[in-house]
Design a protein around this ligand. Sequence first.
Ligand code: ADP
Ligand code: MG
Length: 334
Amino acid sequence: MSLYAVEATNIVRTFGDDNFRALDNVTLRVPMGEVFGLLGPNGSGKTTMIRILSTVLSPTEGVATVAGFDVVKHPDDVRVNIGLAGQFAAVDDNLTGFENLRMVGLLNHMDKARVVRRARELLEEFGIADFGNRLARTYSGGMRRRLDLAAALVANPPILFLDEPTTGLDPQSRQDLWNIIESLVEGGTTVLLTTQYLEEADRLCKQLVVLDHGKIIAEGTSAELKSQLGNTVLVLTFATTSESEKAVSLIADLSTKPANHEGLVVELTVDNGPAAAADALRRIDGAHLVLTGLQLREPSLDDVFLSLTGHKAEEPAVLDGAPQGRRSRRKVQA
Ligand SMILES: Nc1ncnc2c1ncn2[C@@H]1O[C@H](COP(=O)(O)OP(=O)(O)O)[C@@H](O)[C@H]1O
Ligand SMILES: [Mg+2]
């Protein structure tokens, strides 16, 4: 087996007559035994990558191996090594939770007694044992997602692909899934997870790749990504938007990065927080602007994404000429 659970090199995938590039030269190396994140907004190519790695779709260019097997040349070997679960739970509504898991086991040619044992064990582990004999259509969103994940684990695959496993879930169900994913990885499973939630990537992923429009725009640990930005974010809140607008030009030169301006709030990433804050206060005072709040905080992955792309990860990319989202932030050039 290769050193990596997943190794994908220069993957290109095009669609349609105009050869639209859903993936444009993406290279990933997922070490065994950790959670690796593929982070990006809607339409950035996450599912396309997962479909290539799970042998559903072939790459237009490039080579990928999973568990050491080439996804194009040895798809059957790849399939026995992976489990796949995602945003659109592949659960059969007209079967019970138990029957769903049993069906997956039988499709995987597991023997009957083992399937029953494994199904019961998973229902227990995922907190749905009491509902095992109820039809899946009666399950809540969180329960369905857990059942779907359980189904991906029936055959004990060493590598798990999770495509936006928590999208659309309430905060408690999301927490529950995070805990389950963490305990899977403690048990030795490798997880490749896609998400548009920066908080999720920060919490779960050791390393991540950030995708935008099919291209990798950043990669590393979340700490590395954040440190590219500077050490501190200076957050200034003003009484009126006209004052916050004026402040942007007053303080822009305190940072090498453009200020981020939304409504009453101006944010600036700086290396020396206290010195920049003192400087900013002097200038703001000198210009007789009224400040209603001042805060220094650590950069988040949100700040990283915004600074790299000019748009947030959790909203669709804004196409040229399309109307700006009501709540979207503008990136203000210094
Ligand atoms: N089968 C397909 N035919 C045409 N375009 C596709 C197909 N699958 C995906 N795309 C396009 O490729 C881009 C990436 O899609 P996808 O991988 O689903 O992104 P994500 O999962 O990050 O939201 C999108 O613009 C999408 O419309
Ligand atoms: Mg997707």
